[in-house]
Design a binder for this molecule. Sequence first.
Ligand SMILES: [Zn+2]
Length: 332
Amino acid sequence: MFEEILPTIFRITIPLPGHPLKTMNSYVILSRERSLVIDTGWNRYECVEALLDGLELIGVNLARTDLFLTHIHADHAGLIGLFQKNHAKIFCGRSDMEFMDYYINTSKPKDWQSLRKLAKPHGFSDTEIDAAIDTLTGNRYAPDYNDNIIPVEDNDIILVGNYKLRCIATPGHTLGHMCLYEPESKTLFSGDHLLGEISPTISQWNLSDSNLANYLASLDKVAAYAVDKVLPGHWDAFTNCRTRINETKAYHQCRNAEILELFDDEKTMTAYQIASCLSWNKKHHEWTFFPISRKWGAVADTLSQLCYLRDQGVLKMNINQHHVTWSKKNRF
Ligand SMILES: [Zn+2]
């Protein structure tokens, strides 16, 4: 399924079977010289079929097409290999490119087990970690090839047909996340930085990262642009960019308040225990009934909030031999 959104700019809807968001948007900018595809879908049959069907109907010649990745999550970058085979230039934010190098480069072993070291101190059992490594879609449908990727920086310009696309570095959802801005039509290709109906996940395992602080700064950065149309990575386009930015910031403020309410002066909890007390998807009322992939994401999201509250001087992070726990910071 595809539609023309602006002259020579198309959206192909890529199915994501089993993914809570159900679909991903692959955008195509058609040009007589070299066309550009923005994001691809997972590395699995249903996605490649939808993408190739859409490209054919639009009239894209893969031999004269380049690829831009808003970020490196497998539902956006899974089909790099398809473009690589056709000698495409592949553009991606530098930090995401380095992350992909670490996990996927064929010269290194696939090291998903390293996730165990990151997740265990936060309260997961070994059984849950084993189940997560087996089922996480980022693991199963990741790209298998990533040579010759061209890193893009903030404010780089990519010319495609009559369009002049500005790269906007928007770290938060991933460290190397990039939006594209087209100034004539005031269009923002927002990837997973800004979505129309939900707040993108902001997650982290590395305790020294500040993903939520980065993300909130990236929201402010995008708010400075005049945007008439947002083309997000999932679901429909929308026009109320500033409103969505404010709503997304408010979501994180509420989330922080909800976390702080769980603490009294004495209480110490792991991120897993904290996540199990928060309000998540209404469809799964009970934490116990969450599928492991949902628990995994919920704990990583909670960690980004906790690190933010730590950096704000509100919570204290306690690290011992086995666990990382959180408590209220005593004020004197
Ligand atoms: Zn993503």
